[in-house]
Write a protein that binds this ligand. Structure first.
Ligand SMILES: *Cc1c(COP(=O)(O)O)cnc(C)c1O
Length: 462
């Protein structure tokens, strides 16, 4: 499989090169040159496979001959061996013709593990073969740093440095990062805010001498391999429910997760509709409704992993909506940069509406949905999942295909909102039960680029 940039001016790459590059050199995102297609009988032939075997088959066309079939299959099996549930992404029925798809059985209790557990191993496999190593540097406000750390821990070719704002994450979030005992994991508490942390990471990437000397890399959500790994659970859900078309409701921030559903549909998977569920940070809901894609200020909510304004992976959808014209995408992105927005053409908006619906869910509705699902079924859902369920229910039409809402985080990851809505404090699963008594390991550094770079230089393996 060859990969092209959404902005049309970067070299065409293979899977290995795309994996290591992340962002394209023209500022665009890589996508496959064409979508592989599975006929109905091809999907049928996959029914009954366990999750790792299914995953290896669904991802195979994207990986091509970069990894041998046996090597890739073994790597996928290892990526999902650490999940808490035998089905990896099990479905639960919460009402008639309504399911939730649990994506939080990985090591850090959020759906990002599904992709990152594989990504870390893919990095290791291709770097080992090249005899190379990378230094991963990232910043986190608390929600997503642990998934990246768990992805990189114990990987021979990777060292990871994760910056978090000191004293500004919850204890559980900090401990999920700082109690990881691995020689290649370094947590840095910065005396500053999350924006300071992000600014420091950006400055390190812009310091080209430092960047090259340490071979800096990132595992952020624009990496194609993350999208690829997320296609699998859409297939798993459709096959588990007998192969009929489904409506998926997807709690959305950076548009990576729901874009994977779009790719599954392009591959021929029967998907009736994709509901792009947003919290009050509703730039995508506005875009699908009116065509206007205009940035606002980020508002903090109880579903913080969806508190975004710039939805990076949306560019991948734009590329298809504009007939894979990189020049058109460059024009839209220049508008976003220069004036904080662009307007989707009416033809493109209508084409998107054939598959996508979007709905905004406010904080009261999120709490009410956590409460309602608990009273109806006894199940506790986290606030991100609740945004998906609320949007799915609001967009439902009579005679619709069955509704599957993606459960993107374990309720114990966001206990305050769950307790406020239900009166019940969700418990951490057994694997994390002793989290609060584990030994922590991190350094505190000032908000100073030189100090952070000195520390990383000193700790990064040569
Ligand atoms: C990252 C995240 C999301 C948003 O996913 P995107 O792929 O960025 O749209 C939703 N819920 C949780 C819990 C997340 O961590």
């Amino acid at each position: 499989m060859r990969y092209v940039s959404t902005r049309g001016e970067a070299p065409v790459l293979n899977f290995e090169e795309v994996l290591l590059a992340g962002l394209a050199r023209d500022g665009g995102l890589y996508v496959p040159a064409e979508w592989p297609h599975f006929a109905p009988k091809d999907w049928e032939a996959l029914a009954g496979l366990d999750y790792p075997a299914l995953a290896a088959r669904v991802m195979r066309p994207f990986v091509g001959d970069v990894l041998g079939e046996d090597e890739f299959t073994a790597l996928v099996a290892e990526a999902y061996a650490g999940f808490d549930h035998a089905a990896i992404t099990p479905l639960r029925e919460i009402a008639a013709n309504e399911w939730i798809l649990d994506l939080f059985h990985g090591p850090t209790l959020a759906f990002k593990d599904v992709a990152l557990q594989l990504l870390g191993r893919l990095f290791d496999a291709v770097l080992a073969r090249r005899g190379e190593r990378v230094t991963i540097v990232g910043a986190t406000s608390g929600d997503t740093g642990s998934a990246a750390i768990e992805a990189c821990r114990d990987r021979a070719a990777v060292t990871i440095f994760m910056l978090h704002p000191k004293g500004r994450t919850s204890d559980v979030q900090r401990r999920q990062m700082t109690t990881v005992q691995a020689d290649n994991v370094f947590n840095i508490a910065i005396e500053g805010t999350f924006d300071d942390c992000q600014g420091l990471v950006k400055a390190m990437f812009n310091d080209l001498a430092f960047r090259d000397a340490l071979r800096l890399s990132a595992v952020n959500s624009i990496n194609w391999a993350r999208v690829m790994a997320q296609i699998v659970y859409y297939v798993h859900a459709v096959l588990a429910l007998g192969g009929r078309p489904l409506v998926f409701s997807v709690p959305t921030g950076n548009f990576g997760d729901v874009f994977a559903g779009y790719v599954a549909a392009q591959m021929g998977l029967p998907i009736a509709r994709l509901i792009v569920a947003t919290n009050v940070n509703d730039i995508l809901a506005r875009t699908f409704a009116t065509g206007g894609h205009t940035l606002g200020a980020v508002q903090p909510t109880m579903s913080p992993s969806m508190d975004i304004q710039i939805s990076s992976n949306f560019e991948r959808l734009l590329f298809d909506l504009y007939g894979r014209d990189g020049g058109a995408v460059r024009g839209l992105m220049a508008g976003l940069e220069a004036s904080g927005g662009f307007h989707l053409g009416e033809q493109q908006r209508r084409a998107a509406a054939a598959l996508f619906t979007s709905h905004r869910v406010d904080e009261d509705q999120t709490l009410a949905t956590i409460g309602a699902v608990y009273r109806q079924t006894g199940a506790l859902i986290d606030p991100h999942t609740a945004v998906g369920v609320a949007a799915g229910r609001a967009c439902r039409q009579p005679g619709d295909a069955p509704l599957v809402s993606l459960a993107t985080a374990h309720p114990a990851k966001f206990p305050a909102a769950v307790e406020q809505a239900t009166g019940i404090a969700p418990r951490l699963p057994a694997r994390l039960a002793d989290l609060m008594s584990r030994k922590e390991r991190y350094v505190t550094l000032p908000r100073d680029l030189g100090a952070v770079q000195d520390y990383i230089r000193q700790k990064a393996a040569p």
